[in-house]
Design a binder for this molecule. Structure first.
Ligand code: NDP
Length: 453
């Protein structure tokens, strides 16, 4: 049987674009890709990239204050959202252009259309064409979801925050995950009065307790009005704002309410179940270790599979798919020991097991230090940072590394190499300290603060 294409990719985000490009340019496969929205997907258009630009923008107010302590006679002016947003939009346009060009230069045919799977080898496009392919790769990502709270339609999500014409004066952020905590810091730094509700006992559930405790403490100390064990009961319009009745008995009006209450895979109306692709409880596509679905010609990578929902992971899953299917080299994407950063203020960088998870698994030694770093302490700030190693009591391997500090994302990338290589505590100790830095504490912690046998 002959097909129009060797590979048809649905979704032009990080995972889909990488798989399409590499399959076409490195194996000579005939590849097409459909994207219904903008090329670059969540990461480039409404996630990591604009978020990080906003993190940078939000940090300048504090830097100006600190500069005064260092003798500079400068004063912070007003933040102009429209100037920043204009530049951010132009940057996203530029990056989207790069994504389109990468595909074009690799010889991938693109369709600016929505695709729906008709059978194991056929895709129907919203533009009217029907195309066939030997393999179909679904890389359609996910989307933010709102809870079914009364009045939730009045709230915005992270998708909308990058599109605002003006910043609100006050905002309520609901949720305690990556997105909620990152935007609490960003918007606070840009001058918005931020309140955050999290329904649980501590934000950033699943991460190391001590690390998330310090992030929460610093967020509150910086001026974020964080309410734990709190959720919205009802929301009503009130003038241009939203009146919120909360489970802690308060009732207040906010200019905006933002829900950062999780994301769902984009599996609706793709024709997946009709052709026999299995969908999990959260709406995710179920795949095997090689990203193959129950239909042998259909694969899926990235957030739509809800494995580890991170851009670099989607890219690796896409690359492993190409190795397996187009290079004849069966390759499983490696989901072990993924280093990651949460761009809260201060940042958290983490790899491996939390103290709590490691303790459940066997004997551990915990090395941890928390201190006021030189740069901000000189400027009169009481900000604290934390460096922590979770060490296996038997093998001496570093099972987890957790950093809460400015630049933790940059630090954990490098510490992640050592942890992935299986470095022991003694390997860390043998490494000479880089002085004076914050991260030198990683190689100078001599005595465990806790031992669990
Ligand atoms: P998360 O799943 O991390 O967090 C969702 C939060 O919303 C949790 O605190 C959850 O509470 C809460 N929540 C869920 N449902 C409700 C509800 N009905 N009412 C009130 N609160 C609710 O999702 P995010 O949206 O923050 O992030 C999605 C994913 O995106 C992350 O898991 C991550 O993989 C990725 N991401 C990565 C980033 C990075 O690498 N820096 C940045 C941003 C996103 P509870 O804990 O009680 O369940």
């Amino acid at each position: 049987m002959t097909f129009d294409y060797d590979l048809f990719v649905i979704g032009g985000g990080s995972g889909g674009v990488r798989a399409a490009r590499v399959a076409a340019s490195e194996t000579g496969a005939k590849v097409a890709l459909a994207e219904e929205d903008r090329y670059g997907g969540t990461c480039v258009i409404r996630g990591c990239v604009p978020k990080k630009l906003m993190v940078f923008a939000s940090e300048y107010a504090g830097m100006v204050e600190d500069a005064q302590s260092y003798g500079w006679s400068i004063k912070a002016g007003e933040f102009d959202w429209s100037i920043f947003k204009g530049k951010m939009d132009a940057e996203l346009d530029r990056l989207e252009g790069i994504y389109r060009n990468l595909l074009k230069n690799a010889g991938v045919t693109t369709f600016d259309a929505r695709a729906k799977i008709v059978d194991a080898h056929t895709v129907a496009l919203s533009s009217g064409e029907t195309v066939t392919a030997k393999h179909i790769l679904v890389a359609v990502g996910g989307r933010p979801v709102k809870p079914d709270t009364m009045g939730a339609e009045m709230g915005i999500t992270s998708n909308d925050i990058f599109l605002l014409d003006k910043l609100p004066e006050s905002i309520l952020i609901v949720g305690g995950g990556y997105i909620a905590c990152e935007f609490a810091g960003i918007l606070h730094g840009l001058g918005v009065k931020v309140t955050q509700f999290y329904r649980g006992a501590q934000i950033l559930r699943g991460f190391d307790d001590e690390a998330r405790g310090l992030v929460a403490e610093e967020m509150v100390q910086h001026g974020i009005d964080l309410h734990l064990g709190t959720n919205i009961l009802e929301m009503h319009r009130d003038g241009n704002g939203v009146r919120v009745k909360a489970s802690n008995g308060t009732e207040r009006v906010f200019d905006q309410v933002m829900f950062a209450t999780g994301r769902a895979p984009n599996t609706d109306d793709l024709g997946l179940e009709d052709v026999g692709v299995e969908i999990g409880r959260k709406g995710e596509i179920l795949v095997d270790d090689y990203s193959q679905t129950k239909v042998p010609s259909i694969y899926a990578v990235g957030d739509v599979t809800d494995r580890a929902n991170l851009t670099p992971v989607a890219i690796r899953e896409g690359m492993a798919f190409v190795e397996t299917v187009f290079k004849g080299n069966p390759t499983k994407p490696d989901h072990e020991l993924i280093p990651t950063a949460i761009f809260t203020q201060p940042e958290m960088g983490t790899v491996g097991l939390s103290e709590e998870d490691a303790r459940d698994a066997g004997p551990v030694e915990i090395y941890c230090t928390s201190f006021r770093p030189m740069q901000t302490s000189f400027a009169g700030r009481s900000d604290r940072v934390m460096m922590k190693l979770v060490v296996c009591g038997e093998t001496r391997k570093v099972l987890g590394c957790h950093i809460v500090a400015p630049g933790a994302g940059e630090m954990i990338q490098l510490a992640g190499i050592a942890v992935k290589m299986g470095a022991t505590k003694e390997d860390f100790d043998r490494t000479v300290a880089v002085h004076p830095t914050m991260s030198e504490e990683m190689v100078t912690m001599k005595t465990p603060v806790r031992i669990n046998r």
